[in-house]
Design a binder for this molecule. Structure first.
Ligand SMILES: Cc1cc2nc3c(=O)[nH]c(=O)nc-3n(C[C@H](O)[C@H](O)[C@H](O)COP(=O)(O)O)c2cc1C
Length: 386
């Protein structure tokens, strides 16, 4: 494995045949800005291209639904039919045009689908949403017929045919993002969506070969990895996002994450993307105090115990901290989410913070040339003020 302890945030890394110019990743972030038939809009082009121009090594799209009912909201975009490929290719193109690796995340929302956009309440859709926005709820599926939260609609327990169909949908969505030109794939196995619902003993009460023992609960997650790998070239990496611990007692544990990650090695997965929580309403863990880098210990443990590469995410904002996470061998990639919403140039600014004004040479010259000159002017004026 490359990068253990000697490389930092700004150093390149190669996984399979793909080289990333640095270790900063833009975490997948849904924008709820797609068309009702799941196509991206100009907003997505602006959103993703800005992060690439801002210096990230890898920019992931938001979760792309593998089927219409695998979306969370009517604003989600997807990769469930071939006419979505060309608009997705535009997203890959604008990311690559600015030197970042274009990555795509694929997802089935399971029992957490059919909800309102966050700013409309994030609750299950109802007739009120039909009246307000013409947005109709749809029936959901999950590992077992257990609602995500008290009072939420009960999902249907997905049957064998449904499982087979969903695996084919994961494979076909992977084919489409491959054809669209994405270079890294992220399978969303976290935050309470369909894959996570199989992993956690709180949401999986199945009595067939997909439920009960850890081996059985892991089966669907590994089958999804196989389905995706069957359509994903051997020279391109697969990231797999996991909720490394559940946000409730009796749930999925870090030890189980380590066991699953060990199995990943034989199923074509290269990087474990270490998130947490979200089995129910909340999308990240509530049991761990949310301090800077609160999920880094998961990435560190998985990396140490499995030898797989990991990605750390969660309230990471300080460049020195992010650099130390990589240098100390706690993770190979560091992802930022909301900090990128606040400051899309965070990766390039982190480079200046860690390397000084010469790092402006790596910015797009239309910005970098001016900012480097300004940094000299500022240094002179600050020296004069002392
Ligand atoms: C607006 C928004 C949308 C998100 N959408 C997704 C998503 O599509 N897929 C996913 O895996 N995580 C999603 N997340 C979680 C982020 O990827 C990230 O893991 C989380 O925000 C923690 O990182 P941060 O503290 O740097 O924001 C989303 C987060 C935000 C703020």
């Amino acid at each position: 494995m490359s990068g253990s302890g000697t490389s930092g945030l700004l150093d390149p890394i190669t996984v399979r045949g793909v080289t990333f110019r640095n270790r900063t990743v833009i975490s997948p972030m849904q924008q709820y800005a797609g068309t009702p038939d799941g196509l991206p809009t100009d907003w997505h082009v602006r959103h993703l291209s800005t992060y690439a121009a801002g210096g990230a090594g890898l920019v992931f799209t938001e979760a792309l639904g593998i089927c219409p009912e695998g979306r969370l909201t009517w604003g989600d975009i997807g990769a469930w039919e071939d006419r979505q490929t060309a608009p997705l290719a535009r997203l890959a193109e604008v990311i690559a045009a600015h030197g970042a690796v274009p990555g795509a995340q694929i997802n089935h929302a399971g029992r957490k689908g059919s909800v309102q956009r966050p700013w409309h309440g994030f609750d299950p859709m109802s007739e009120a949403d039909v009246a307000a926005r013409g947005e109709r709820p749809w029936p959901t599926v999950s590992a077992s017929a257990i609602p995500a939260n008290p009072g939420w609609p009960t999902p249907a327990a997905i049957d064998r045919d449904g499982i087979r169909r969903s695996l084919d949908q994961f494979a076909q969505a992977t084919r489409r993002v491959r054809e669209a030109g994405f270079q890294a794939l992220n399978i969303h196995g976290a935050h309470g969506y369909l894959i996570h619902s199989f992993l956690s003993p709180l949401s999986n009460l199945r009595e067939d070969e997909y439920g009960g023992s850890l081996e059985n609960r892991m089966r669907y997650a590994l089958e999804v990895a196989d389905a995706a790998r069957s359509e994903w070239p051997s020279d391109k990496p697969i990231f797999y996002r996991l909720s490394c611990v559940d946000d409730a007692d009796g749930g999925w544990t870090l030890d189980e994450t380590v066991t699953l990650a060990r199995a990943f090695a034989d199923h074509g997965v290269d990087v474990v993307d270490c998130s947490s929580g979200g089995l129910g309403r909340r999308t990240t863990t509530a049991v761990v105090r949310r301090v800077a880098g609160y999920q880094v210990p998961y990435a560190e443990r998985v990396r140490r115990d499995t030898g797989l590469r990991t990605m750390a995410v969660g309230l990471i904002r300080d460049p020195q901290f992010a650099d130390a996470v990589v240098r100390e061998g706690r993770a190979d990639f560091v992802a930022i989410g909301r900090e990128a919403l606040f400051n899309p140039h965070w990766p390039a600014q982190a480079a200046v913070a860690l390397r000084g004004p010469d790092a402006f040479d790596d910015w797009p010259p239309a910005y970098g040339w001016w900012l480097k000159v300004r940094s000299r002017t500022l240094a002179v004026s600050e020296a004069a003020a002392e």
